[in-house]
Design a protein around this ligand. Sequence first.
Ligand code: GLU
Length: 259
Amino acid sequence: MLKDAKRIVFKVGTSTLTYKTGKANIRAIKAIAEVLSDIQNSGIQVVLVTSAAISIGAVKLGLSERPKDTPGRQAAATVGQCELMFLYDKFFGEYGNITGQLLLTKRDIDDDECRQNLTNAFERLFKYNAIPIINENDSVAVDEVVYGDNDNLSAHVAKLVRADALIILSDIDGMFTANPEEDDNAVLIPVVENIDGEIENAAGKSTSHCGTGGMATKITAAKLATEAGIDTVVMNGSTPEDIYKLLEGRHVGTVFKAK
Ligand code: GLU
């Protein structure tokens, strides 16, 4: 299915990019940068939506936990985003690729004029063969301009750049029939043709301990993307080399088929 994809949006979650300490998982970030650089080199345009700014920033500021108040999250994001981009720029740079940072709020995509400006910036980055790296602009995105989770943001970005596919790298192998941590009989669903009530129920309201998403936000994102004609995959981010299998047309994770 993804064999002919020419432009792919990848979303990586906080739990993949950080350790339980909240600090950057350098090994994971490096491995992801290596695989995505290789994919970019093969002629596929890579777009990366990254989380983990708040987590990394909070630890760096010496906070014992992820801030619960808005100013705390805003402050942590400003600090963590620097370290995150430093690492991406370093690792993608080592493989000869150029990165560009875009920090977005909901308003930037909702407003017609802002969206057009944003599209122009993306198109020029693509022309220059650079890899856009996107996060929500957590230091200013509060109240009504907030997406709140990067699964949602990644689906909007995939629509905006007219991606052929959205690949969500998570801390779980894909979508299961039940929560595999609670139910031994839970099995991976390889393909979802249609996101119906049954699928939405199976996704439940799970939340991961370090990011803001869970399976429910991934299903919402998959719904938005597939309805826009974009194939969506949820797979484990700890084995990024499995992305090659996907691009060869083999089965990995859960594939949500585009409408
Ligand atoms: N934008 C948040 C961050 O960089 C992450 C949001 C999410 O986990 O979905 O920390």
